[in-house]
Write a protein that binds this ligand. Structure first.
Ligand code: FES
Ligand SMILES: [Fe+2]
Length: 338
């Protein structure tokens, strides 16, 4: 088994936000592959292997000149397709040959840049999880420096409600005031979702300020590395969060979040400030938890997990992550206390 989820190389993955990619090239990594991103002709995004094919200097140290990335070592310049368009010092009339840098498909969509490492035959164009970019909603992206840990553990964390009473005590839920919630897991061959129906909203500050009344929330795992959570009032979405955990190495990943709310009375900038204030706090709590978990696993030579009665999602998550299909089924409702 590879340390990365099945199908990762054939998946479109967010690598940076649009606002992060300016005139300077940006170094990123996906599944151990160093990548350089830059804006080629007319601002179109381009992604090349971050290794000059000449003498293997990092291209991300270079500069973009007239839409082509110049390697700082001997000055070869590569356009967005990876073709070398200049060999400084070669003089006039030199035949331009096919010396090029390896290029990856890159697309900019709805405020983020997406890359995929491999193209499977007849594989689909970029399809994003539902609601991202929907014109009837406001959207805010969030990302941060890479976190230590496995993307698998981050996915389990975001799907798991039981840590919220502890790690996010007071912000999302209150450990001292639990309430009964009906949890229903729906397994499908290539994804699963888990619904939480409750009569009262969560008691933490974040839930009370951002959501108002709530009837239901649904978390969905979208293999290999995405999650989408929806919080709904009766018949109406109040908030949707889509997260991507992009593995840079087996022990490090970069998180991207897109927050979506219906357009309404509150101005987008105000909602953005309110959401991001809580996201920063919650994300920092999860970052620290995942960091400690990873350090402990490393000290003991790897993970050795025992699952308890509340870990209903661990097995389907692991199976889909490894590329296996699930047997369709509905599990629940189970009464849990959150
Ligand atoms: S190493 Fe890049 S131009 Fe020589
Ligand atoms: Fe969390």
């Amino acid at each position: 088994m590879t340390p990365y989820p099945a199908g990762l190389n054939r998946t479109w993955l967010p690598v940076c936000l649009s606002r992060q990619l300016k005139a300077k090239p940006l170094a990123r990594q996906i599944a151990g592959v160093p990548i350089v991103l830059f804006r080629a002709g007319h601002g179109a995004v381009a992604a090349l292997e971050d290794r000059c094919p000449h003498r293997n200097y990092p291209l991300s140290d270079g500069k973009v000149i007239q839409g082509a990335l110049r390697c700082p070592y001997h000055g070869w310049r590569f356009d967005g397709a990876g073709v070398c368009v200049e060999f400084p010092g070669a003089g006039e009339g030199v035949a331009i040959n096919k010396l090029g840098a390896r290029r990856f498909e890159a697309v900019e969509r709805h405020g983020a840049v997406f890359v995929r490492l491999e193209r499977a035959d007849a594989s689909p164009e970029l399809v994003l999880p539902p609601l991202i970019g929907d014109p009837d909603h406001d959207h805010f992206w969030w990302t941060q420096r890479p976190w230590r840990g496995r993307a698998l553990d981050a996915l389990e964390n975001i799907l798991d409600p039981f840590h919220t009473n502890f790690i996010h005590d007071g912000l999302i839920r209150l450990s001292a005031r639990r309430q009964p919630v009906r949890q229903t897991v729906t397994l499908r061959p290539h994804d699963f979702e888990v619904a939480y129906d409750q009569d009262q909203p969560d008691q933490g500050w974040m839930s009370r300020l951002l959501e108002g009344e709530r009837a239901r929330s649904v978390g969905r795992y979208l293999p290999p590395v995405a999650f989408q959570g929806r919080w709904e009032k009766k018949e109406r979405l109040t908030l949707c969060a889509t997260a991507f955990f992009v593995p840079e190495t087996p022990d490090r990943f970069r998180a991207f979040g897109c927050w979506t709310t219906p357009k309404g009375r509150a101005p987008a900038w105000l909602k953005r400030q309110a959401i991001l204030a809580f996201v920063r706090a919650v994300a920092e709590q999860d970052r620290r938890a995942l960091d400690k978990q990873h350090a402990t696993m490393a000290a003991f030579g790897g993970p050795r997990f025992k699952s308890g009665p509340t870990d209903r999602l661990a097995a389907p998550l692991a199976r889909l992550y490894q590329g296996e299909a699930l047997e369709p089924a509905v599990d629940g409702p189970h009464i849990i206390w959150l």
